[in-house]
Design a protein around this ligand. Structure first.
Ligand SMILES: Nc1ncnc2c1ncn2[C@@H]1O[C@H](COP(=O)(O)OP(=O)(O)OP(=O)(O)O)[C@@H](O)[C@H]1O
Ligand SMILES: [Mg+2]
Length: 286
């Protein structure tokens, strides 16, 4: 666990160590080594069965059952308040379900693991708002994400191994920020910050990536690049993508799950769920 945050780094006035930002910083654990032995013998990377979550009697998730296959790129759609973000909170250990099963692979019981352990086991999550360190360079942000076991300054002082450097370089290419590697992250566009944050997950080599509304606020070109990026990440990784942008969903999804009132309303190809009367009724409109 990291010591108290370093004040100099908090030049971003919106940075609040008690919110998602800090939990996502902490949550970027070393996924690769720990997840190398993940048991996926049945081809399922994520199992959610009969999950319910109540907030003051209101059921945000209601007997939710959903499976994600290894290497799948799954899109989750559904109206505001359907429970999409709450589902990701359950998977990452931020919210404990009142009932139900949540397993990563065959054996890791997510309902019994801490947020940090879940991240270290190979689940990476990207929140909607980018939470990069604005005062640090693009490269340094990736470096920090790789070495979360140390305090910020100890991390920056510790020498990178050649292998770590190569990994960061590969990620810089993947997220197309190679030419901005030495720029302060605060100078990046909103979309580039989002790509950097995806890169900060990728250096950990997570097996499962959870992305909540990744293209919100992006330009058309950035959205197109994100679609390409996610398609290139699938198979090597499993992805769960929550999005309202149907053009984007159509560009990437092979399989779509529609959530409504905390349960699965429909599942299938985008064409199949778009033709479903109940989905049209509650979400897509007539
Ligand atoms: N911590 C909380 N306390 C109380 N109610 C909550 C909490 N978190 C979520 N809710 C409620 O649970 C329901 C599901 O919320 P959630 O954020 O999961 O929906 P969502 O599908 O992600 O919606 P959106 O598309 O707007 O992001 C909503 O009615 C929300 O107000
Ligand atoms: Mg949400």
């Amino acid at each position: 666990m990291r010591a108290a945050p370093v004040p100099e780094l908090m030049l971003d006035p919106s940075y609040d160590p008690n919110t998602d930002a800090s939990s996502s910083r902490e949550a970027i654990g070393l996924g690769s080594a720990a997840s190398a032995g993940l048991d996926v013998r049945h081809g399922t990377i994520l199992t959610l069965e009969d999950i319910s979550v109540s907030f003051d009697g209101f059921k945000a998730l209601n007997n939710l059952t959903l499976y994600i296959g290894v290497g799948e790129l799954r899109c989750i759609i559904g109206p505001n308040g359907a429970g999409k973000t709450t589902m990701m909170d359950v998977i990452t250990g931020k919210t404990r379900p009142d009932q139900g099963k949540a397993f990563f692979g065959e054996t890791l019981d997510l309902t019994r693991m801490s947020e940090v352990d879940i991240a270290q086991s190979g689940i990476g999550r990207k929140f909607q708002k980018p939470t990069v360190f604005e005062a640090l360079s693009v490269f340094e942000n990736l470096e920090l994400a790789l070495k979360t076991d140390k305090s910020v300054w100890a991390s920056l002082r510790a020498k990178l191994s050649g292998q770590q450097r190569d990994r960061i370089d590969a990620v810089l290419n993947t997220i197309r920020l190679q030419s901005s590697r030495n720029r302060p992250a605060g100078l990046l566009s909103h979309g580039q910050k989002q790509f950097l944050e995806i890169g900060m997950l990728l250096v950990q080599e997570p097996q499962l990536l959870l992305l909540d509304e990744p293209v919100a606020g992006m330009t058309d070109a950035e959205t197109e690049f994100t679609a390409e990026l996610f398609k290139s990440l699938a198979r090597q990784h499993s992805l769960m993508v929550v999005e309202h942008d149907m053009g984007f969903v159509g560009a990437i999804a092979d399989h779509v799950t529609v959530l409504h009132q905390g349960s699965v309303l429909a599942e299938g190809s985008l064409a199949q769920v778009q033709a479903d009367e109940r989905v049209i009724e509650v979400y897509l409109g007539r």
